[in-house]
Ligand binder design. Structure first.
Ligand code: PLP
Length: 359
C-alpha cells in the first residue's frame, strides 16, 4: 500500500530525515542542549529568508494561529487601531483576535477570493489616521488567492504604518519580498515542511522599541516577553520539544534546497496539477495570475458530493481538503505543499479523473 499523500494545506508530508528527528532521548528544555537548538532554529529561520540583518525571530509552541495571535495581540499601541484586510477565513481570524483582545479595528471586508483594491485601502488610511498597523493575509488559504503583498506593503510604508502579514501558508512556497514587512507570522508544518507544534513570528529589530512600550495583554502570547527570554537562551514555558527538533532539520533541508528552489518546485507542481484539472474539465475558483503556488481551489462539479469524492480519493491514498464556511458545499481544495513526488501528483490526477468520470 503506498503512503498517504496529504493534499491538504498542512500538516504536510515530511521527509524521512525530518521524521527521524522526532526520535529523541529524554531531555529537559532548561538545559544547554535545548538552548543551543533554539538559537540555531531562530538563526536558520532568518538565514533561510536572507533577513538576518534586519529581523529577529521568536518561537512559540502551538499551531500557526499561536504565532498569529502573538503577533496581532502584541503589535498595537494603546489608543491606536488596526486595519484588517479581510477576504477569507484567515483575514476574519485576524479580526477575531482583535475582538478578543478588544483592539480597535477597521475592516476592509471583501468577498472571499476577491482581491483588495489599493484605492480602497488608501481611503481607509486617509479616513482613519488612528490606524497604526495594516494587517494582511498573504496567501488566503480559504480560496488559494495570493493577496498583493508588495503593493499593499508599499502603501502601508508610504503612510508610515506597521505592516503585519500572515505568511503562514506562503512562507517558502510563494515569493515574499520582505522589504515592506515589519512583522510576519509563520509555522513549521506548511511549506517549511516540519511537524505541527511550533510556529514563529519574525519582526524588524527596529520595531522592538515600540513593541516594548505596548502593555502586556496576554500572559502566554506576549511577543516581547518571549523575545527577551529567547535572546537570553531561555523558554518561558515548556515547548513542544520534538516539533523543535524536526523544525531544525526541516530548516537545514530548506536551506539546502534554497527558498527559491522550493518555490520553483511548488510552482512546477501547481502548473502540472492545474493542467490536469483543466484536462478533466474542472473550474478554478481563482483566476490565473492571482493563484498561489501552494493550493488550488476548484468548483465541485454539480453532480458530485464532496464526501464521496474525498472518501474515494482517500481510499486510494490521497487526502484532499473541503471548502470552509459558505464555500463548503461548492468547492474543494488541493494543496501541493510538502515532500510529494511528481509520480504521486501524476497518480493523483489519474485517480481524480477516474473518480470524477465514473461517479
Ligand atoms: C494554516 C493557516 C493558519 C493557522 O492555522 P492553524 O490551524 O493554527 O495551523 C493561519 N493562517 C493561514 C493563512 C493558514 O493557512
Amino acid at each position: 500500500m503506498p503512503r498517504t499523500v496529504l493534499l491538504n494545506p498542512g500538516p504536510v508530508n515530511v521527509t524521512n530525515r525530518v521524521r527521524q528527528a522526532l526520535m529523541l532521548p529524554d531531555l529537559c528544555h532548561r538545559e544547554k542542549e535545548f538552548s543551543d537548538l533554539m538559537a540555531a532554529i531562530r538563526a536558520k529561520l532568518l538565514q533561510a529568508f536572507a533577513i538576518e540583518k534586519e529581523f529577529t525571530s521568536v518561537l512559540v509552541s502551538g499551531s500557526g494561529t499561536a504565532a498569529l495571535e502573538m503577533a496581532v495581540s502584541s503589535s498595537l499601541s494603546p489608543g491606536r487601531s488596526i486595519l484588517v484586510i479581510e477576504n477569507g477565513v484567515y483575514g476574519e481570524r485576524i479580526g477575531k483576535i482583535c475582538d478578543v483582545y478588544q483592539l480597535k479595528r477597521h475592516t476592509l471586508k471583501l468577498g472571499w477570493g476577491e482581491p483588495p483594491r489599493l484605492e480602497d485601502i488608501e481611503n481607509e488610511l486617509k479616513k482613519n489616521p488612528d490606524i497604526e498597523v495594516v494587517a494582511l493575509v498573504h496567501h488566503e488559504t480559504t480560496t488559494g488567492l495570493l493577496n498583493p503583498l508588495k503593493e499593499v506593503g508599499a502603501l502601508a510604508r508610504r503612510y508610515e504604518k506597521v505592516f503585519l502579514v500572515d505568511c503562514i501558508s506562503s512562507l517558502a512556497g510563494d515569493e515574499i519580498d520582505f522589504t515592506p514587512i515589519d512583522i510576519a507570522a509563520g509555522t513549521a508544518n506548511k511549506c517549511i515542511q516540519g511537524f505541527p507544534g511550533v510556529s514563529f513570528v519574525v519582526f524588524r529589530e527596529k520595531e522592538l522599541e515600540r513593541l516594548r512600550k505596548i502593555p502586556e495583554r496576554t500572559l502566554y502570547f506576549n511577543l516581547t516577553g518571549y523575545h527577551k527570554a529567547q535572546e537570553a537562551g531561555g523558554m518561558l514555558f515548556t515547548p513542544a520539544i520534538p516539533a523543535h527538533y524536526a523544525l531544525d532539520v526541516a530548516l537545514d533541508e530548506l536551506i539546502e534546497e534554497t527558498v527559491a528552489g522550493r518555490i520553483e518546485r511548488y510552482a512546477k507542481a501547481a502548473r502540472f496539477l492545474r493542467a490536469g484539472f483543466e484536462d478533466i474539465g474542472l473550474e478554478f475558483l481563482i483566476p490565473e495570475g492571482w493563484r498561489s503556488n501552494c493550493l488550488t481551489g476548484l468548483r465541485l462539479p454539480k453532480e458530485v458530493s464532496y464526501e464521496k469524492l474525498h472518501d474515494e480519493l482517500k481510499a486510494n491514498g490521497f487526502v484532499i481538503y473541503a471548502g470552509q464556511g459558505n464555500l463548503s458545499d461548492n468547492i474543494f481544495r488541493v494543496a501541493n505543499m510538502g515532500d510529494i513526488t511528481q509520480e504521486e501528483f501524476k497518480r493523483f490526477l489519474q485517480v481524480l479523473k477516474t473518480t470524477l468520470t465514473t461517479s
